[in-house]
Design a protein around this ligand. Structure first.
Ligand code: PHE
Length: 352
């Protein structure tokens, strides 16, 4: 084996075993550079006799070409391998499940308020609002609860330390959403109309089943020929839709509210199966709503002709409906803002 053949074979071996394109550059310089090994052979040609020089020259040039070809083919393979490695590291598996981002969720009261608003809007009820700070007039007087009427003491009212108004009386935190009936009628006293309201109410009461602040839903429907039958039909259909059951039985018990006459408290039938409460079947009764035919004095306070028009009204407790539908047992959890509680009872936005 000639020296050139030896150089060529060791050089090809090194090229083949190179792991980086940088290494290839180094080999190229070491062999073909100004002081490279093959370059040294070329330089030595001039001292050779004519005949040998020709043969050696051809051999050196052939070796040079082979080395260059080998380097460029190896370079291509290294580049491809490097690219593949890079692509593999940047690979996106589109079949992977999405990363769950920390997200908030809907408070069960918000969810149920939305559900109720959806159902009532189907019947043509529109949303009406009133202030949380009310006056004695709207909270009591206009609702047919005159001064010193015992009904005023039925509500454990929070009065505000604020000078009383000559017409409207003292300021207070509204004890129910019924004052919204009056405000809605005064804002639009041209029947027929249907309003509902959802909002906070306040009573000085605190135990396992009472909190000083809670939420009510109020409905009011006024028109010609409206009667108790409308209330019964509406409540039956509403409660079926709300609890998502094909049928439901109502038990209407006579009751008393100063602002409705006659007044009723409505129970629905249920049974317990496998520790769960099922509405619409069974022979147990659960109270869910109060209502009645709007008292003429209330229509008058709302500037409505009480000879021509009749109204029906109903009121639910939002927390109570929510607890019954979604099995929330402890009332206090609703207001404690404990994120663990909300994770257990809340709803994802998607479920909305
Ligand atoms: N406002 C009543 C309450 O707080 C509920 C109710 C509303 C009753 C409308 C009749 C009609 O208890």
């Amino acid at each position: 084996m000639t020296d050139i053949e030896k150089l060529l074979s060791s050089c090809l071996f090194e090229i083949e075993n190179s792991r980086t394109t940088k290494r290839l550059d180094d080999i190229k310089v070491a062999v073909l550079g100004k002081n490279g090994k093959l370059t040294e052979f070329l330089k030595s040609l001039k001292d050779m006799p004519e005949d040998k020089r020709k043969i050696a020259g051809t051999e050196i040039n052939a070796a040079k070409t082979e080395i260059l070809n080998s380097i460029s083919s190896k370079a291509v393979r290294l580049e491809i391998a490097e690219l593949e490695k890079k692509l593999a590291s940047e690979f996106v598996d589109v079949t992977m499940p999405a990363r769950v981002r920390p997200s908030g969720n809907l408070h069960p009261l918000t969810k149920v308020a939305d559900e109720i608003a959806d159902i009532l809007s189907e019947y043509g009820f529109t949303f009406a609002e009133g202030p949380n700070i009310e006056s004695e007039y709207y909270n009591f007087t206009a609702l047919n609860i005159p001064d010193h009427h015992p009904a005023r003491t039925m509500h454990d009212t929070f009065y505000l330390n604020y000078p009383a108004d000559r017409k409207e009386g003292r300021k207070l935190l509204r004890t129910h959403t019924s004052p919204v009936q009056i405000r809605a009628m005064l804002a639009n006293n041209k029947p027929p109309f249907r309003y509902f309201s959802i909002g906070r109410v306040y009573r000085s009461d605190y135990d396992a089943t009472h909190t000083p602040m809670f939420n009510q839903i109020e409905g009011l429907m006024v028109g010609e020929g409206i009667s108790f039958a409308h209330l019964k039909y509406l409540m039956t259909d509403f409660l079926k839709k709300f609890f998502g059951v094909p049928q439901i039985e109502l038990r209407l018990r006579p009751s008393f509210f100063p602002f409705t006459e006659p007044s009723t408290e409505i129970d629905i039938n249920y049974k317990i199966k496998g520790g769960k409460i099922i509405f619409g079947s069974g022979d147990k009764w659960m109270e869910v709503v109060g209502g009645g035919v709007v008292h003429p004095n209330v229509l008058k306070a709302g500037n409505i002709d009480s000879k021509k028009y009749r109204g029906i009204a109903f009121g639910f407790g939002l927390e109570r409906l929510t607890s019954l539908k979604y099995g929330v047992s402890d009332l206090r959890g609703y207001f404690e803002s404990d994120s663990r509680w909300r994770e257990a009872f809340g709803f994802s936005y998607a479920a909305k």
